[in-house]
Design a protein around this ligand. Sequence first.
Ligand SMILES: C[S@@+](CC[C@H](N)C(=O)[O-])C[C@H]1O[C@@H](n2cnc3c(N)ncnc32)[C@H](O)[C@@H]1O
Length: 213
Amino acid sequence: MLLLLPKHMGNEGYKDIIESQSTNYDKQRVKHYFKKTFSFFLSLIPEGSRVLDVGCGTGQYSIGLAKHGRPCDGVDYSRKMIEIAAKNAQSAHAACGFALCDVEKGVTLNGPYDYALFVGNWEYFDNPCAVLRNVSSVLRPQGSIIISTPNMLAYPIIRWLELLHLKMAPAFWHFHSWRKSIKKAADGAGLRVAAVYWGFYGLDRVYSLRKNG
Ligand SMILES: C[S@@+](CC[C@H](N)C(=O)[O-])C[C@H]1O[C@@H](n2cnc3c(N)ncnc32)[C@H](O)[C@@H]1O
């Protein structure tokens, strides 16, 4: 049972791990996961919307969105990831802007954005409420935040995939992907949970948050 518990390193510790995985990140990406999640995000984000890809990694979601008529910028706190994202966008002829930025501390791009998208990083933040506050400050008044995060009930399955080396990044540490934790962080940031969806065969849940008022 102890094997199933992840080692807790905090958001700064995660940065070292993700930096060490950055050059292989795209090679090891599960294509089926990307395809399925990407088409779901496309269905949630109307064409023409301006999007901020938060924790964009190698920029594949940003590039895909930009190529599908949703102008998209990306931010990430890993310099290596941002460099790879910029190269990927150049090769794909996608006009995305990428900026180095730790979203726990603030967002260095101005926006305003219609949507902010979080894929695969919510579970690693130390202070999710501060992250939502920072990201929401660059959203339009009617803006939305989409968070795709593992379904906590699927945690043992996800952890086994990791132990069998079938999943690259380490499983989440902070356990604030429960619905009530997300609601609490949203409340603290002046946002409300507008909708919740099942994602990727039930292993993920996708939350849509909106500004109050
Ligand atoms: C598992 S990767 C997912 C990358 C990308 N969203 C994707 O799905 O391909 C998580 C990303 O979140 C970024 N990240 C984690 N904490 C962050 C923070 N505090 N500020 C900015 N980026 C962060 C990491 O550097 C990493 O690139």
